[in-house]
Design a protein around this ligand. Sequence first.
Ligand SMILES: Cc1ncc(COP(=O)(O)O)c(C=O)c1O
Length: 288
Amino acid sequence: MLADVGAADLTLDPDDVARKMSPRTKVIMPVHYGGQPARMDELKAAAGDGVTFLEDVAHAPGATYRGRPAGSLGDVAAFSLYATKNVTSAEGGVLTTDDEGIAERARSLALHGMSRDAWKRYRASARSWRYEVAEPGYKYNLSDLQAALGASQAARLEDLNARRVRVAGWYDELLGGITEIELPTTLPTTTRHAWHLYVIRIRPEQLTIDRDAFIEELRDAGVATSVHFIPIHHHPGFAGLGVHPGDLRATDAAFERIISLPIYPDLAREEAEYVATAVAAIARRHRR
Ligand SMILES: Cc1ncc(COP(=O)(O)O)c(C=O)c1O
């Protein structure tokens, strides 16, 4: 079951979650979209007891919600260390949880489903060659090389995020006067934003071109952008989810308007100015 996002912040909407809760709801998976923590307290209140929260922290390592780190706000959290993320091990990820049962099961599943005892033997001592596969699992271990890269990247997280914050601040300043676009909304609960993405939204009612044409003109001006994301229910592979037109109104409306501008730690002030000048010129050229 998919729930809508909030129209302003584009994280999971607690009101829609409340509407869609059913006795079959076991897990809720909020995405800390773009590096901003979802509205966890409201989501938990909407969900009530007995529901597991799995945070998707792929965009938000180092972000904080009311002073608490993303990844510590639910029952279990998944971080991505994919090459495009704020910190990377080239490929791979991290789970965090304070639930010993979940931790144990994840360790076992990541290592072919070996039972805890076998896992311990395998790890801690070469004395016994015996092991036991308790259930079919996966080979989801990070290689040592990747782990070394991930560890050195993790040490740089604060610095890399601080530089992203600086770039976002430049965009806020440089794009602030362009009325044909909307800038990202930062929630009052976001005490630190990880700025994985800087997503502007065009205001189609004020422009004679649509989002796709806006992106093409940015590309012609030498500015590479992207769209995060095509909603899941727009893909044929997920047609079976039973989403009907109008069910995810805010998601669909946002999808028509969003553009992710370039953001990365090394982006220079002059580059942000170049991007902002290009956005302003396109908006001016196609003002309604
Ligand atoms: C919001 C979000 N969740 C999860 C993932 C998946 O991460 P990974 O590719 O490491 O599995 C991504 C990757 O782009 C993402 O953007």
